[in-house]
Design a binder for this molecule. Structure first.
Ligand SMILES: [Zn+2]
Ligand SMILES: [Zn+2]
Length: 389
């Protein structure tokens, strides 16, 4: 891939990514990160607006003609101790850019720098969003008006992706990242002596049946071509070997890839739990938090971004199908306006950049930064003529 960046800009871009990498901050605590973004945007001639969703920042490239698209980078790191031995290693304990959001910020900043002196026949809203990792920062920014004034008509975002080699870009239509639901289920039975189960309602036995029955949602009630994951990540009940506990608590997550299935899940889920607990004479309490909906790409926007990707990396390096059961809060933005979220390859086997996202050994090939910048720049430059009304 040819980069349009000068040697100095290439150096600056990598420097930015490394700065963010070595100063990771957790959701809604992105204070230094936010300050750095504002400083750079000012240096590039923008007037950044800070404070949305606490640490969020945005800046406008304005032609005052009304139409507007949004380009987004997320800002937060993960509560993780970095195990990579690199000069730009995380300087903060228990914080690491292990999802690649450092790459996203650097890329969008450099794209903004280059777009500053371009004539664009519409408005660009560069958005730096905090709290993606379980914080739903995108939702907060929407609630605080990020899609208004001027009204955003389409939105684009990228994620560096460790499963795809550097130099490739993946753009897929429809549901590309899963919805994220989180639940806590308390099963209430009747406690008693471990040797006299007939005098009790054993919450552990009921919980065990619930665990297996929940899996039958997937095998018996969902179209086999549809993807759903139900994972119980934690079971807690009892104190010792000879006591049947009154209560057992299950915690877990549900992921889906289809909007209709996502809507159906609470009803199906609760029906199973109610049936099983009733059969044993137990009761239950269910708390289900709907963290993020399915991230859905608009077909026309997908086609547009594919065309940009063909231009940037060539047809041979465009991956047409790439989906993951991981969640992404850009989903909230794509629920309001059409757009496209795409993956930029960052894998490099030779350099051992093969570790999955959220791993303490996660790292990316910095070649992905150049691809990211070109993608964002070309999207911004081509959108308004491609979709001329
Ligand atoms: Zn992540
Ligand atoms: Zn991420």
């Amino acid at each position: 891939m040819q980069t349009s960046l000068s040697k100095a800009d290439q150096k600056e871009l990598i420097g930015l990514r490394r700065f963010f990498h070595s100063h990771p901050e957790l959701k809604f605590g992105e204070v230094k990160t936010s300050a750095r973004i504002q400083e750079k945007l000012k240096e590039y001639g923008y007037q950044p607006q800070a404070g949305m969703a606490k640490t969020g920042v945005y800046a406008m490239h304005s032609d005052n003609k009304g139409r507007c698209i949004l380009l987004r980078a997320d800002m937060d790191a993960l509560p993780l101790q970095e195990l990579n031995q690199v000069p730009y290693k995380s300087q903060n304990s228990q914080a690491m850019h292990a999802c690649g959001h450092d790459m996203h910020m650097a890329t969008l900043l450099m794209a903004a720098k280059h777009l500053k002196n371009e004539k664009i026949s519409g408005n660009l809203k560069f958005v730096f969003q905090p709290g993606e990792e379980g914080g739903n920062g995108a939702l907060r920014m929407i609630e605080q008006g990020i899609l208004k004034n001027p009204k955003v008509e389409a939105a684009f975002g990228l994620h560096v992706w460790s499963q795809i080699p550097t130099g490739q870009v993946a753009v897929s239509p429809g549901g590309i990242m899963a919805s994220v639901d989180e639940f806590e289920l308390t099963i209430r039975g009747k406690g008693g002596h471990g040797a006299m189960p007939h005098q009790t309602i054993d919450s552990i036995v009921v919980a065990s049946h619930v665990v297996t029955t929940l899996q039958s949602i997937l095998s018996r009630e969902i179209d086999p071509f549809d993807s759903v994951v139900v994972t119980i990540g934690k079971i807690q009940g009892g104190t010792t070997f000879n006591i049947i506990p009154e209560e057992t608590v299950l915690k877990g997550t549900i992921r889906t890839m289809n909007k209709e299935t996502w809507k159906k899940i609470p009803r199906l889920f609760e029906r199973k739990i109610a049936g099983v607990t009733k059969a044993f004479g137990a009761s239950y309490e269910l708390k289900l938090n709907r963290d993020a909906p399915v991230t859905v790409n608009d077909p026309k926007m997908t086609e547009f971004v594919r065309e940009i990707a063909r231009d940037v990396v060539g047809s041979a390096n465009l991956v047409n199908e790439c989906r993951t059961m991981g969640g992404e809060d850009f989903a909230f933005i794509l629920r309001e306006v059409p757009g496209c979220f795409f993956f930029v390859g960052g894998r490099n086997e030779k350099k051992d950049y093969i570790h999955p996202h959220h791993s303490p050994r996660f790292n990316i090939d910095e070649g992905s930064l150049f691809v990211g910048v070109e993608m964002m720049k070309k999207i911004a430059k081509s959108y308004f003529s491609y979709f001329s009304k």
